[in-house]
Ligand binder design. Structure first.
Ligand code: HEC
Ligand code: HEC
Length: 289
């Protein structure tokens, strides 16, 4: 019986932690419940009723990073979220919601932000409770936990300044250099020498599902196809996916590579179904069109 008092501090911390999490459980707006929860779920965890039929899956706002993030620390700002919600995401079930009123759009953006914050807070408390469970020497006091918490939250949920090329005037792109970079930066390993995507290699994405690197010839880009958008995607990568950041490329190299990548684009853009995308990601449709 004397073991109970020994465990009390840990239990207390856990109770305080879970009480705090519970007390803050976000109740989404009616707009979210009407238009978003069927896919993203009432808790924002991506497990709405329709999610089982979809590929890629609806984003889990609590646990996965948002992919359209234009800030240098790759954390989506409320503007980024508004942009992606209004415009939708090509080749996925996420359609654009530009018909919602500004008030409604603001409501759902706030919901996404609240879910993200709540998820980060949960992860933090989970990590703290794991830590204290493992260490035999002392339990961090709740006030240390709270300082740690705000640092963790600001690191994980606060968008930094917007990413921009250092110099906006950088002359004409050099396609030969761009093509060379495509090879030396290993872009071809995932996107194929011809740019048609990751045939024959295994990649994983959100929730550990198989993923397919973009077909740069036939698919539209999800997060912008202006030269500056492509440069940003290459420089920052896409959080939560296997698309890596390229922090060492200079502005000139980014310009050359972006122009080369855009030059791969063919005349035709393909639209695919959830099932086709899934089959392609697991390597079931290996033949190229
Ligand atoms: C029919 C299903 C469906 C509905 C309804 C839906 N979404 Fe999505 N949403 C998705 C899917 C699928 C993705 C992931 C697409 C991808 O990764 O290509 C997604 C992605 C997102 C993202 C992630 C963007 C990023 O940068 O990572 C946000 C934010 C989002 N949805 C917000 C909303 C909001 C707000 C609503 C309601 C107004 C909504 N969605 C309604 C299916 C849906
Ligand atoms: C390890 C594999 C991998 C490598 C290496 C890689 N990519 Fe990607 N890339 C991906 C994946 C996966 C996606 C799709 C992410 C998603 O939407 O889930 C992607 C997406 C993209 C996109 C589409 C962006 C959009 O808005 O839709 C572009 C453009 C791109 N990559 C260019 C490049 C370039 C240029 C390089 C070389 C510097 C590169 N990639 C290296 C895996 C990779």
């Amino acid at each position: 019986m004397h073991r109970i008092p020994l465990k009390t501090p840990l239990l207390l911390l856990f109770l305080v932690a879970s009480a705090e999490v519970k007390a803050d459980r976000h109740k989404p707006s009616t707009t979210y419940r009407n238009f978003c929860s069927a896919c993203h779920g009432l808790k924002g965890d991506g497990f709405g009723k329709a999610s089982r039929y979809l590929f890629p899956k609806p984003r889990d706002f609590r646990a996965s990073p948002l992919q359209y993030a234009t800030s240098i620390n790759r954390i989506a700002s409320s503007r980024d979220i508004l942009h992606v919600v209004k415009n939708g995401i090509s080749n996925s079930s996420m359609n654009g919601w530009s018909d919602l009123s500004d008030i409604q759009l603001n409501e759902v953006v706030q919901d996404v932000l609240s879910f993200r914050l709540e998820g980060a807070r949960e992860r933090y408390y989970f990590a703290v409770s794991e830590d204290t469970g493992e260490s035999s020497t002392g339990t961090p006091s709740i006030s240390t936990a709270n300082t740690g918490l705000s640092a963790y939250l600001s690191q994980n949920t606060v968008a930094g300044p917007k990413w921009l090329l250092a110099s906006l005037k950088i002359g004409e792109p050099n396609l030969t250099q761009g093509k060379l970079l495509y090879q030396t930066q290993n872009c071809h390993k995932c996107h194929g020498v011809d740019g048609r995507g990751s045939y024959g290699i295994d990649l994983t994405g959100e929730f550990g599902y198989p993923a397919f690197a973009r077909n740069l010839v036939q698919e539209s880009y999800k997060y912008g196809s202006e030269e500056l958008d492509v440069a940003r995607t290459i420089r920052l990568g896409i959080a939560g996916t296997k698309m890596p950041a390229s922090p060492t490329l200079t502005d000139e190299q980014l310009r050359d590579l972006s122009r080369y990548v855009l030059s791969l684009k063919g005349q035709e853009t393909i639209e695919t179904t959830n099932n086709q995308r899934y089959r392609r990601a697991i390597g079931a449709t290996l033949q190229r069109k």
